[in-house]
Design a protein around this ligand. Structure first.
Ligand SMILES: C[S@@+](CC[C@H](N)C(=O)[O-])C[C@H]1O[C@@H](n2cnc3c(N)ncnc32)[C@H](O)[C@@H]1O
Length: 213
């Protein structure tokens, strides 16, 4: 059988079982969450914890919208103001309960991350995941049947993520959505995030030499 080796398909997020899943998120995707999904929630009056912050490409944009941001990761990537912490370790490393926990969790630990985040955050949790994360009998039984998200916000555009670095130009065959749990809300709404990449991308988001697509 012939293999499909197009660049989009080749950039799917496949990682060894024990990998840290080092795939930074394009900053515009986090701004899209704040502007198109959490809009109207007075984020400036809220705190947020990004517990798998990697190189800070999500905690940076969160800082533009929230009143205070904590950023941590199990690995030290040298990210300014971030601290090292295993998010699944059952002790809170910060002085107060955050209003929100927002992240792009390591894929193989996403269910555990969501469960822990829902225990810890006082107002809500948002996780960017592959849209295919919504399917699967095991995930339905362990997660969605017991704790369905309040909102599924599907990107209309693709969010290219590549291993170990942020890309302005990469392509991807993988579709992403934000899953949002809001304390006290029942039922699941489905929304679409309109095309917004061009408007929400900043030239300083990427390393010098990376061209904004
Ligand atoms: C997909 S990357 C996150 C990228 C980052 N949130 C962003 O959006 O740019 C997954 C991150 O999870 C971190 N990680 C893996 N296991 C972890 C754990 N148990 N606790 C905290 N961070 C963990 C990895 O080091 C990696 O930086």
């Amino acid at each position: 059988m012939s293999q499909n080796t197009s660049s989009a398909v080749m950039q799917q997020r496949r990682e060894p079982h024990d990998s840290l899943d080092d795939f930074p998120t394009q900053p515009w995707a986090t701004r899209a969450l704040c502007e198109h999904v959490l809009n109207g929630r007075n984020l400036k009056g809220r705190t947020v914890w990004e517990p798998a912050c990697n190189r800070g490409h999500m905690s940076g944009p969160l800082d533009e919208y929230f009143g205070a941001v904590w950023a941590s990761d199990i690995h030290d990537y040298g990210t300014p103001r971030a601290f090292q912490h295993d998010f699944l370790f059952p002790v809170l490393p910060i002085s107060e309960q955050p209003d929100w926990i927002i992240s792009n969790p390591p894929f193989r630990l996403a269910e555990q991350f969501i469960a822990r985040a829902c225990e810890v955050a006082s107002e809500g949790v948002a996780m960017i995941v592959r849209t295919s994360f919504l399917e699967g009998v095991g995930r339905y039984q362990n997660l969605f049947s017991k704790n369905p998200p309040s909102l599924v916000a599907q990107f209309s555009e693709r969010v290219p993520m590549v291993k170990g670095r942020l890309t302005a130009t990469g392509s991807t065959a993988t579709s992403y959505c934000w899953l949002v749990w809001i304390n006290g809300e029942e039922g699941t709404r489905l929304n679409w995030i309109p095309p917004c990449r061009k408007k929400l991308e900043r030239s300083h988001d990427y390393a010098p030499g990376e061209v904004v697509a």
